[in-house]
Design a protein around this ligand. Structure first.
Ligand code: F6R
Length: 364
């Protein structure tokens, strides 16, 4: 049941901290803090490259993983949505790693991509919530997220669970390839293990998210902006808003705005910015100033340091706990999904069963 929550989505949003914790515990020994993954039937150190594929929210988790694998593990990554990849016929070196990401493990396009990547002699590593699914049976390695059943059609906790698995996998590959020091491994694992507590703190900011939602709910179009590792979080936010509130939303890498979408900006278009204090903060800030100068209404997700720079610019701010940039996409996803939920409530839509959508898309 819904355990007293109004919707499954609300219940599942509240499960983020526990799900992140459980998923990490399964991969990190709590005492020694050593990474313990299932046996891999190939040598991680020898991987020529990785190809990542998935659909929808799971694809955005893959986009975050691309930043991690490239920057931390120095592994070349190709990524595409499964419905494109399955017909793309890219040149592939045998013995690469194909990373498949799926909550259900039954998504038709992702399954078809898995089969074609297997035929092309890729090692299939799947990140799944339903481990006994069709994709689970057809993979060389299954990395389970420990998200529990996700009933709401819109994915929530599965996304942060996917990111938790991908973060640990990145560290394991980076270490195997000699691309990461033991010190950095220990630091990043500590930041990850700290996340459930930081995530739990987000629920004390719900009234700020609700104030932002009241503004966004009036809009016809919404822009989401982020840079670097937070660009996929912006994409996830825009997808979730479209999906459950039926408000048109688009995500852009903040630096792309001046190449077209800035012409959309006026006082009626809220601009939701994902802006933690990372090395890209100043770049994002100047994009925010450009948007503000054209009458844009800025809604910012940031931290204390970012808030000081954004005061006077942002109409609404949600100030999140300080976290290391590596784990920021996991933390920032949570309030961005809560925003979509709160907007949908105000629009009176069927939050758990949005029109035209099915939980598991088993047809092409
Ligand atoms: C978005 C959403 C969908 C799924 C997509 C993939 O909220 O739920 O975009 O993420 O259909 O589904 P899985 O992960 O089951 O392959």
């Amino acid at each position: 049941g819904k355990d007293g929550y109004r919707h499954y989505m609300e219940k599942e949003l509240h499960e983020h901290p526990v799900v992140i914790g459980q998923t990490l515990q399964r991969m990190i020994d709590p005492v020694t803090r050593a990474i313990a993954l299932p046996e891999f039937p190939f040598d991680m150190a020898a991987l020529p490259r990785a190809i990542i594929t998935a659909c929808g929210s799971a694809f955005y988790a893959g986009l975050v993983a691309r930043y991690w694998l490239e920057a931390e593990a120095r592994l070349p990554v190709d990524i595409d949505v499964a419905s494109e990849l399955r017909y793309r016929n890219p040149p592939l070196t045998p013995s690469g790693m194909a990373l498949m990401i799926s909550q259900s493990g039954e998504t038709a396009d992702t399954l078809a991509a898995l089969r074609s990547l297997r035929e092309r002699e890729q090692h299939i590593v799947s990140i799944l919530n339903v481990e006994g699914s069709t994709m689970g049976r057809e993979s060389d390695v299954v990395l389970g997220m420990v998200a529990g059943p996700e009933i709401s059609v819109a994915s929530t906790k599965a996304f942060t669970a996917q990111l938790s698995v991908l973060a640990v996998l990145t560290i394991a590959i980076a270490r195997a390839r000699g691309a990461m020091s033991a010190k950095r491994e220990a630091d990043l694992l500590a930041h990850l293990l700290d996340l459930p507590s930081r995530a739990a703190e987000i629920f004390s900011r719900v009234s700020d998210i609700q104030a932002m939602a009241a503004s966004v709910a009036e809009a016809r179009d919404v822009l989401y902006l982020g840079r670097g590792i937070c660009f996929p979080v912006a994409q996830e936010g825009a997808l979730k808003l479209k999906e459950i509130s039926y408000i048109h939303a688009e995500a852009y890498a903040a630096g792309e705005m001046k190449h077209g979408p800035i012409s959309l900006i006026d006082k009626d278009v809220p601009i939701v910015v994902i802006a933690p204090s990372t090395i890209l903060f100043d770049k994002t800030l100047s994009n925010i100033q450009e948007a503000k100068a054209r009458g844009g209404r800025i809604m910012a997700f940031t931290d204390q340091k970012g808030a000081e720079r954004l005061s006077g610019l942002a109409e609404h701010m949600v100030i999140l706990p300080d976290v290391d940039p590596f784990v920021a996409p996991i933390l920032y996803t949570i309030p961005v999904q809560i925003l979509a939920y709160e907007v949908a409530l105000r629009r009176g839509t069927d939050v758990d069963q949005p029109r035209n959508l099915a939980k598991s898309v088993t047809v092409e």
